[in-house]
Design a protein around this ligand. Structure first.
Ligand code: DGY
Length: 323
């Protein structure tokens, strides 16, 4: 059986697959083009897709033998689940293995933004440092403040845990589905308005779907404290980037730390020119440990599906009724 991997991923996963299947890797270190994807899936039994690959009707139509689209990511907004089910294709993701890395990074982004670490580094390298100064590059404390978590899933919870146990923060959270999650953190479920009004730090940990697209836009920024710091390590379109640029420009919020963008890899030009925002290139899960874990999990999902078993991380269980 043939497994098509759309871009090189860590060997740990690839080797597991090579032991069992004929593995073809699109060996270019850039996202596969549409043509390369369509060519690659033609005779494939499985595809290991990345968040930059759209898995939709067009691709599935080109893949008559396909049994599984194993996404190498926890987010799966690039996969049309209904189309997969219609085509009798299982879809899976890689939850859990990247949670600690993304949570650590989210905290790092909050701290770096609050303490102006990137700006300080730049200031020094530009030769502007003339000695200690009482008012030099003042930031904001992180410990003992209020952290608002939007999306209390695995990653949101891991961020809350670090903030509560490591930094003594008060945790409030809003989540569309879970309201009884976080007793051990003294976390308080609040409505969205309360979260926006009371948080010193706001972290976004939701998946992208029609309900969360532009979840944070002009109205939401207006409700935030002028001292608030917004962090986004989820998906870019959860934040309206033009509204974010306005909010930063007009001092409606104090700063932001952004790892994901509305039209990746493009980044809003206005944000690029601002000092009160830290911009990183979608690297929250970029540790060797997380990426190895993702590769292994994607491989396990493929192996299960091609062995006639139900993969652990099946996203469209309805597909099993089709068989
Ligand atoms: C994910 O897994 O969804 C991250 O955004 C990329 O690692």
């Amino acid at each position: 059986m043939k497994v098509f991997i759309t871009r090189p991923i860590p060997k740990k996963g690839t080797e597991m697959l090579r032991e069992r299947f004929d593995v073809v890797i699109n060996d270019r270190d850039r996202p596969a083009t549409r043509e390369e994807l369509i060519e690659g899936v033609k005779d494939a039994d499985a595809i290991v897709s990345l968040l930059t690959d759209r898995v939709d009707d067009e691709l599935l139509d080109a893949a008559p033998k396909l049994k599984i689209a194993a996404n190498y990511a926890v987010g799966f907004d690039n996969i049309d689940l209904e189309a997969c089910t219609r085509h009798n294709v299982m879809a899976t993701n890689t939850p859990g293995v990247l949670t600690p890395s993304v949570a650590d990074f989210s905290i790092a982004l909050m701290l770096a933004t609050a303490r102006r670490i990137v700006e300080s580094d730049r200031f020094l390298r530009e030769g502007k440092y003339r000695g200690w100064g009482p008012m030099l590059l003042l930031g904001k404390d992180f410990c003992n403040k209020t952290l608002g978590i939007i999306g209390m899933g695995r990653i949101g919870y891991a961020v809350a845990e670090r903030a509560r146990k490591g930094f003594g923060m008060r945790i409030i959270y809003h989540d569309m589905s879970k309201k009884d999650y976080a007793d051990e953190l003294d976390a308080e479920f609040v409505d969205m308005d309360t979260l926006l009004r009371e948080s010193d730090y706001i972290g976004l940990f939701v998946s992208l779907n029609e309900k969360t697209r532009h979840l944070i836009s002009r109205e939401e920024f207006k409700k935030m404290k002028s001292t608030a710091i917004l962090i986004n390590t989820s998906r870019g379109p959860v934040v309206d980037e033009e509204a974010l640029a306005d909010a930063l420009e007009n001092n409606e919020i104090w700063a932001a730390g952004i790892d994901v963008y509305e039209n990746e890899p493009a980044v809003n030009e206005r944000l690029l020119g601002m000092k009160n925002v830290i911009l990183t290139p979608h690297v929250a899960s970029a540790t060797e440990e997380a990426r190895d874990g993702m590769a292994v999990l994607a491989a396990k999902n493929v192996i299960a599906a091609l062995s006639g078993e139900k993969p652990d991380n099946l996203l469209n269980p309805d597909v099993l009724n089709e068989n």
